[in-house]
Design a protein around this ligand. Sequence first.
Ligand SMILES: C[S@@+](CC[C@H](N)C(=O)[O-])C[C@H]1O[C@@H](n2cnc3c(N)ncnc32)[C@H](O)[C@@H]1O
Length: 201
Amino acid sequence: MFKGKRGLEVGCWMGWSACHVALAGVELDVIDPILEQPESFQSVRDSLKRAGVLSSVRLIPGYSPGKVEELAEQEQRRWAFIFIDGDHESPHPLNDAKACEPFAEDDALILFHDLVSPGVAEGLEYLKRKGWNVMIYHTMQIMGVAWRAMLNLLSIIQILVFFGRFLLIYAIFAEIWAEKPLRSISKLKLLQKVHKQNSIG
Ligand SMILES: C[S@@+](CC[C@H](N)C(=O)[O-])C[C@H]1O[C@@H](n2cnc3c(N)ncnc32)[C@H](O)[C@@H]1O
């Protein structure tokens, strides 16, 4: 679904999730202050290299939300997939959600890890209040997912188009069917009229 698209990960720790997301074909920007430490940076880099995905992951040392905004504004960056798994304490996940939302593609999906933490739930609740659709997955740490209501609007349009076509086809067939008897009745009436006039004459 996100193969070849740009993704953002807030919080990578040792790069486990980054590896998996990249293996799914996402071109990933990863922001984590742990990457400021040379040994952590090297360790994550080595893991990505061993997994064969180093070329599709960009490791960016720094803190969300500041670094998210900086990156998005400097590079005019938008992301189709955003994974928020940074600082779990309130109000950080909420701030991450607020920072990421403006830079999410229209059809983007935002994923939260560790919804067991109430602070993380605040991020998902924020998006819900802003009209995003949300869903919760009962994995061990509980994951939350959000996508824009636009997808629903799209579905409604698709349904309307489908029914529009159906009604059009129905109307065409009804017309074809109705045409014959109608024409023959009008023809019959015309013939009767002509016949009556002739007999009078
Ligand atoms: C739970 S770990 C991430 C685990 C990783 N996503 C995985 O599944 O393999 C949380 C990470 O968030 C990072 N972090 C903490 N505050 C952050 C912030 N303000 N911005 C970005 N990352 C942050 C921590 O350094 C840590 O590496």
